[in-house]
Design a protein around this ligand. Structure first.
Ligand code: PLP
Length: 298
């Protein structure tokens, strides 16, 4: 029963997400052609020919702000079209092409040379980029329960979140002091306090990290500093071996962090887990005892 379901899901996934990828032959299926045609209807009103003669410097030079307004409005329209397509059940999650093919299709976008691109080219490049990227907003309903880790990484689009992203980009603030980022410093403090509250800490501090691997690195750095504060001044050589115990199911970034922190991957000790991913406490105890007995620091 479960395998039947899995086969159905795989079939649906292949048909809607990665058509024709197995053969490497990108002949469009009828269904796929119809979908592309439908998606074209969103693009009918796009006419950027008047922007062909303008460049970034012209936006800066235009004191009326009209060019900036026109360019940004077109960009927002493009993004809105993309969002509309994302919410259409029939549109594809991914218009997949193998790397060499995509490189060929997007050749004109992938050029970095001394000549600037016109605003029309910039918008066209944006359009192409959106066309061939994974529509992460769709994954939330298409891949539910199929690739649990993906759905947890790519939860789809939150429009208010996008507004926040845009605001942050436009403000282009550096976060190093209160004077440089007064409002964002207060926002950071408020959000951190809220998040600390979730784990029951009411007098803590924190920082935001750009991803899981860096978070693991910061976590291990903090733990090492707590246990061996002198390493900050004397380096790792003064401490001999430090070992880390981690779940056998832990992410490979733990090994990477051990390497970066000078602890070494050989000193990462994997501990067996229960079926629910919990470390087996008795095995952890045995491994800790063995490390102490062999003079390896914990
Ligand atoms: C537990 C864990 N740690 C780290 C990572 C790496 O995350 P990132 O790619 O954001 O660095 C992942 C990614 O799935 C993860 O699941």
């Amino acid at each position: 029963m479960a395998s039947d379901l899995w086969e159905k899901v795989k079939k649906r996934f292949r048909n809607t997400v990665m058509e024709n990828t197995e053969t490497g032959n990108l002949v469009q299926s009828k269904e796929s052609r119809e979908r592309i045609n439908r998606s074209k209807s969103f693009e009918q009103n796009i006419d950027w020919t008047d922007l062909e003669k303008y460049f970034t410097k012209d936006i800066e030079a235009d004191k009326t702000g009209e060019l900036r307004n026109r360019f940004l409005n077109e960009l927002v329209r493009l993004l809105d079209n993309y969002l509309q397509l994302e919410h259409k059940r029939t549109s594809k999650v991914l218009d997949f092409h193998h790397p060499h093919q995509l490189k060929e299709i997007m050749e004109h976008c992938l050029i970095i040379d001394k000549d600037p691109k016109s605003l029309e080219e910039v918008l066209s490049d944006c359009k192409e980029t959106l066309k061939y990227c994974v529509k992460t907003g769709k994954l939330s309903f298409l891949l539910v329960d199929i690739l649990g880790f993906l759905t947890s990484c790519l939860l789809g689009l939150d429009i208010v979140g996008i507004a926040g992203d845009m605001l942050t980009s436009v403000a282009d603030t550096n976060m190093f002091t209160y004077e440089v980022a007064p409002v964002f410093t207060l926002i950071e403090d408020t959000v951190l306090t809220k998040m600390l509250g979730y784990i029951g800490w009411y007098d803590g501090e924190g920082m935001f990290a750009p991803g899981g691997a860096i978070s693991n690195l910061y976590g291990m750095l903090t733990a090492r500093h707590k246990r061996f504060p002198s390493v900050k001044y004397t380096g790792m050589s003064s401490k001999g071996d430090i070992v880390i115990f981690t779940s056998e199911q832990s992410h490979f970034s733990i090994n990477k962090a051990a390497m970066l922190l000078g602890i070494g991957q050989d000193n990462v000790i994997a501990v067996d887990c229960e079926s629910n991913g919990k470390m087996k406490a008795d095995i952890l105890r045995t491994k800790i005892k063995h490390s102490i007995a062999t003079n390896r620091f914990l």
